[in-house]
Design a protein around this ligand. Structure first.
Ligand SMILES: [Mn+2]
Length: 290
C-alpha cells in the first residue's frame, strides 16, 4: 500500500520489521439495529493520523516497535462462516511469523475467527471481552455467527471473562446460570459498582495468555456514541484503561481487537477515541521502558 492515508498513525513500516500488524475486517452482515460497522476500520485509520506519536501517559514513542497496516480483508460479500474462516487464516499466518495482530472491526463476529487462530498457537489462552452485551446467544436471527453470539462461540474454544455488560436476554442469563464448567465469568456494570476490587477479579480469572476483544459499546455512549447498539451507563475512559493496563502488566497479551465502531458522519470524536484506544493499548502491551 503506497497511500499513507490508509495506514495506522500515517506510518508505513514494512511487515518484516514491524512487531504489530493492523488487520482490517470491514464486515457488517448481522448487526441488528444501526448498520455501518464496515466503515469502522477506515475511520479508525483516518483518525489515527492525527494522534501524537509520543504517548504522554507512558512517556514513550510506541510507534518505534514498528506497526504495519495490512490491506483490508475482502470479506464484505462473504457469508459469516466464510468470513470467520478468512479471518482465521489471515490471523494464523500473522501469528506464525511472530507478529502481534491488532484487528479492527467490523461487527463482533470477526473476533470468532481470530480467537480460533490464537487458540491454535496458544492453547492456554483466555479472552478478556469488554462489551455492553454478553453476546452469549446460541443463535440469533437464524445464525450461530450473528454478532450477538460472538462470546458464546468463543467460549466453546476457551475461557471468557466479560466486563462491563449491562444488557442480556433471559436465555443468556439462564446459560450463565447453567454452566457446569464456569467457562464464562461475567463482571457486569452492577458488579463493578458493588466491587471495589473488580479489576483484580477480572485479571485473576484470566489464564497466562490473554486475547482482548473490545466492543466499543462497553463505553458509556456519552463518550462513545458511534456504536450500532448503544447502552447507557457504560465504562469511562480511565476506568477501562486502568483495567487494560493491569491486565497487560499481569498477563501476556498476545493480541487484541477493537470492534463495532459505527462512524457517525461529521462526529470525529468517536473515531479518534477508537484510534487512541488502539495506540494506548499497544503501548501497554509493548512498554519501551522497564
Ligand atoms: Mn456489544
Amino acid at each position: 500500500m503506497d497511500d499513507k492515508t490508509k495506514n495506522f498513525i500515517g506510518l508505513d513500516d514494512e511487515l518484516k520489521k514491524a512487531k504489530a500488524a493492523i488487520m482490517q475486517v470491514p464486515y457488517d452482515k448481522t448487526t441488528t439495529y444501526i448498520h455501518g460497522t464496515s466503515l469502522g476500520p477506515a475511520a479508525i485509520l483516518d483518525a489515527s493520523k492525527y494522534l501524537e506519536l509520543y504517548d504522554d501517559e507512558l512517556n514513550q514513542e510506541t510507534f518505534k516497535i514498528g506497526i504495519h497496516t495490512m490491506a483490508p480483508l475482502d470479506v464484505e460479500k462473504l457469508s459469516s462462516e466464510e468470513m470467520v474462516e478468512k479471518v482465521y487464516l489471515a490471523t494464523l499466518e500473522l501469528l506464525k511469523t511472530g507478529k502481534f495482530p491488532v484487528m479492527l472491526g467490523g461487527e463482533h463476529s470477526v473476533s470468532v475467527g481470530a480467537v480460533k487462530a490464537f487458540k491454535e498457537m496458544h492453547p492456554n489462552i483466555s479472552v478478556l471481552h469488554l462489551d455492553a452485551h454478553n453476546d452469549l446467544r446460541d443463535e440469533y436471527f437464524g445464525s450461530k455467527l450473528n454478532h450477538g453470539c460472538a462470546a458464546r462461540r468463543i467460549s466453546e474454544m476457551c475461557p471468557v471473562v466479560q466486563v462491563g455488560t449491562r444488557s442480556m436476554s433471559k436465555e443468556e442469563k439462564d446459560f450463565l446460570a447453567s454452566q457446569q464448567d464456569g467457562k464464562v465469568k461475567t463482571i457486569s456494570v452492577y458488579d463493578i459498582l458493588d466491587t471495589p476490587m473488580w479489576k483484580d477479579k477480572a485479571t485473576n480469572n484470566l489464564t497466562e495468555n490473554v486475547y482482548i476483544s473490545i466492543d466499543l459499546d462497553v463505553f458509556d455512549p456519552a463518550i462513545m456514541p458511534a456504536v450500532g447498539t448503544p447502552e447507557p451507563g457504560g465504562l469511562g475512559w480511565y476506568e477501562a484503561l486502568d483495567l487494560l493496563k493491569d491486565v497487560s502488566k499481569d498477563r501476556k497479551v498476545v493480541g487484541f481487537d477493537v470492534v463495532e465502531l459505527c462512524p457517525i458522519k461529521g462526529q470525529i470524536a468517536s473515531d479518534f477515541f477508537a484510534a487512541k484506544l488502539v495506540y494506548r493499548l499497544l503501548g501497554y502491551v509493548f512498554p519501551t521502558k522497564k
